[in-house]
Structures are given as structure tokens and as C-alpha cells.
Design a protein around this ligand. Structure first.
Ligand SMILES: NC(=O)c1ccc[n+]([C@@H]2O[C@H](COP(=O)([O-])OP(=O)(O)OC[C@H]3O[C@@H](n4cnc5c(N)ncnc54)[C@H](O)[C@@H]3O)[C@@H](O)[C@H]2O)c1
Ligand SMILES: CC(C)[C@H](C(=O)O)[C@@H](O)C(=O)O
Ligand SMILES: [Mg+2]
Length: 356
């Protein structure tokens, strides 16, 4: 089987981190994996090349590919564009277009990074949480949305937090399925005390739970969950939540692992076609300086091999290479500590390739 991968570097540090992930894939390719890579622009790069953040060429490539590897989108130079043209809309468009409703963001603390975590080692050692974020619904996509003039002649901005029953059910099945293969503990995060949308979410989760009697389902309000994540994160095994809460909680959880540069992600459709990207953004403050941590992107390629291609061995090989470079003491600036060797983005890529 030839694995067709659409590579969309995007903006800011996107091209730098994707270059390192490509080197990793090139090693696997030279060792016999049949991988076909083709690049196209997305986000600001899409706008610059074709006037659209999700150009038709990119859409065609992404639809025809088995998986998509994406860097990051966005940057201050695009912030004043009309809303539909902004880079972030390109990312939302590809997620919706490919029906990638299940976003998996694993927050794993590698023991070597215990000191890089913002929490004390004893609170965080052994951390392994899977955040399951619904990705194609919620306030991100609910209609109506916009900025309008109200009855009093005042301008107002509005969005709609919306989930249909089928959208909740399908993400619930994904989350319960993942919990079944782990510690069998699923925490659904909501704001059911205030928001009808998430009260409904909770109701559906309780119903779906009947099909998974071996999984212990709990519920937590999102404000408490944000606090519990920094108080005692190891109480969580799998967390499942809607699009907006998942966006925020996954960034928070990333710091428990040492850096946002360590958090990979998989965004899957119902058939495990996936888009793989780091959870972070285009980091305009360090873009073009060869400073970014490429490990989240490299770990995302491992997720791709696992979830879309069923190549468990190759996935573990990449993860082991990452563990090796951390053991060897290589650190980009975001995870650097005294006594380690500071490397650039491409330097980290060199180390991973050597470890492979
Ligand atoms: N998936 C995506 O493409 C995505 C995700 C988040 C934000 N964004 C976009 O990125 C732009 C910047 O957003 P932001 O600043 O809020 O978030 P960001 O994640 O880009 O950066 C936040 C901070 O984390 C640092 N950082 C991020 N990734 C890093 C890495 N790999 N190595 C080292 N440090 C890293 C940055 O330098 C910055 O200080 C915005 O346009 C935003 O919309 C895109
Ligand atoms: C850039 C933005 C649209 C995106 C999101 O909010 O989903 C990002 O923050 C992420 O976490 O992937
Ligand atoms: Mg985010």
C-alpha cells in the first residue's frame, strides 16, 4: 500500500517544523515504507499564493490523500484581512471539509522533562492524559455568527454554541472507545450548570455510557477541570469535551508536559482518515529563527502512522527516537534546562534522524 500524505506547512514556524518531520518520514521511506508526499499551501500561505486560505489545489490534494500533515497557520500580517480570508479559517475549513470531528491531543510527560513541567515532579511524573476534543461543531461552527447592529443601534458580536445529538453521540463513542483501551476512566467536561448546549451534551453522554458499562464516566465543569489539571492532573485518564473547551484545556495541559512544543494531535474522521498537526500555532515571535521545537510535529507523524496507516511499529520507532534524544540531553529553547545541550529546530531534527 502506498501511503499518500498531503503536506501543508502553512505559516510562521510551520515550514520549519514540517521540514524536520519530513526528514523523519524520509528515513522511514528509505527503510522501505511506501510513502508519497506532496505539498500545498494553506492558511496565510494559501492566501498569498491563491487568494484563499484553503485553496482549491489544497482541497483537492487533501481530499485525495490518505492523511494530511499540517504545520501551523496564522500570523499578524493576516489579522486585518476580511474574516473569511484569514488563515485560521483555512484550518477550520479543512477540518470541516474532511469531516475530522475527533481531535486527539495526548499530554504525556517524558520523564526527562520533569523539570520543564510547570508542576512539581511528584504531581506530574508519569502523566499520560488523552484529551478528546470535538472538532467540527460547537461555537466554532454554530450559525448564526457575526457582528451586527442591534435594535438600539449598537454594534454587537455573536456566536452560537450548537451541538446536534448525532455530533455528540459520535464523539462520545470515540471517547468511550479510547477509554476502553486505556484505564477505562472517562471524564466529560462541560458547563452544564449554565449552558444548555453542554447540558444536552451531558445527557447524551449519560445515555451512551450504557453501551460501555466497563468505562467509569464522570462529569466535571470546565472551570473546575482547568483548576484540577494544575492541581492534580493524574486523576485524569481520558478527558472529552467540546471544541472550545478542548482548545483551551489542551493548551493548558501542554505545559504539564514541559511545553506546547511537545503536544501532538490527530484529527480523525469516522474512517480514521486524519489530519496530523502540532497543537500549537505558528509562533510568530520565533518564526524564521530556527528556534521552534519540532517534536510535537514529529510525534504527530507517529500518530499518523498509528491511526491512519496502522503502522504501529513505525510509530513506536519514531516515539522511541524522541525518547532517545531527550535522554541524550538535546533540548530546544522551550524545554531547555541547565546541563542539557541547547539545539535549534533543525538540530533537534538532526538528533531525531540520528536516533532513528
Ligand atoms: N493549529 C494552528 O495552526 C494554530 C494553533 C494555535 C494558534 N494558531 C495561530 O498562530 C498564531 C500565533 O498564535 P499564539 O501566539 O496565540 O499561539 P502559538 O501557539 O503560536 O504561540 C504561543 C507561544 O508558544 C510558543 N510556541 C508555540 N509553538 C512552539 C514550538 N513548537 N516551539 C517553541 N515554542 C513554541 C510561541 O513562541 C509563543 O510564545 C495566531 O495567528 C493563531 O491564530 C494556529
Ligand atoms: C488556529 C485555531 C483555529 C485553532 C483552534 O482554535 O482550533 C488552534 O488554536 C488549535 O488549537 O488548533
Ligand atoms: Mg488552540
Amino acid at each position: 500500500m502506498i501511503m499518500k500524505i498531503a503536506v501543508l506547512p502553512g505559516d510562521g514556524i510551520g515550514p520549519e517544523i514540517i521540514a524536520q518531520a519530513r526528514r523523519v518520514l524520509d528515513v522511514l521511506k528509505s527503510d522501505g515504507l511506501k510513502i508519497e508526499l506532496e505539498e500545498a499551501p494553506i492558511g496565510g500561505a494559501g492566501y498569498d499564493a491563491y487568494g484563499q486560505p484553503y485553496p482549491e489545489v489544497t482541497q483537492k490534494l487533501a481530499r485525495e490523500a490518505d492523511a494530511v500533515l499540517l504545520g501551523a497557520v496564522g500570523g499578524p500580517q493576516y489579522d486585518n484581512l476580511d474574516r473569511p480570508l484569514r488563515p485560521e479559517r483555512g484550518l477550520l475549513a479543512i477540518r470541516k471539509d474532511l469531516n475530522l470531528f475527533a481531535n486527539l491531543r495526548p499530554a504525556i510527560l517524558y520523564p526527562e522533562l520533569a523539570n520543564a513541567s510547570t508542576l512539581k515532579p511528584e504531581v506530574v511524573s508519569g502523566l499520560d492524559i488523552m484529551i478528546v476534543r470535538e472538532l467540527t461543531g460547537d461555537i466554532y461552527f454554530g450559525q448564526p455568527r457575526g457582528i451586527r447592529v442591534n435594535d438600539k443601534g449598537e454594534r454587537e458580536g455573536f456566536n452560537t454554541m450548537l451541538y446536534s445529538e448525532s455530533e455528540i453521540r459520535r464523539i462520545a463513542h470515540v471517547a468511550f472507545g479510547i477509554a476502553q483501551k486505556r484505564q477505562k476512566k472517562l471524564c466529560s467536561v462541560d458547563k452544564a450548570n449554565v449552558l444548555e448546549t453542554t447540558e444536552f451534551w451531558k445527557e447524551i453522554f449519560i445515555d451512551v455510557a450504557k453501551e460501555y458499562p466497563d468505562v467509569e464516566l464522570s462529569h466535571m465543569y470546565v472551570d473546575n477541570a482547568a483548576m484540577q489539571l494544575v492541581r492534580n492532573p493524574k486523576q485524569f485518564d481520558v478527558m472529552v469535551t467540546g471544541n472550545i473547551f478542548g482548545d483551551i484545556l489542551s493548551d493548558e495541559a501542554s505545559m504539564l508536559t514541559g511545553s506546547i512544543g511537545m503536544l501532538p494531535s490527530a484529527s480523525l474522521d469516522a474512517n480514521n482518515k486524519g489530519l496530523y498537526e502540532p497543537s500549537h500555532g505558528s509562533a510568530p515571535d520565533i518564526a524564521g529563527k530556527n528556534l521552534a521545537n519540532p517534536l510535537a510535529t514529529i510525534l504527530s507523524t507517529a500518530m499518523m502512522l498509528r491511526y491512519t496507516f496502522g503502522q504501529e511499529e513505525a510509530a513506536v520507532r519514531i516515539e522511541n527516537a524522541v525518547k532517545t534524544v531527550l535522554k541524550q540531553g538535546y533540548r530546544t529553547g522551550d524545554i531547555f534546562e541547565e546541563g542539557c545541550e541547547k539545539v535549534s529546530c533543525s538540530g533537534m531534527g538532526d538528533a531525531v534522524v540520528a536516533a532513528l
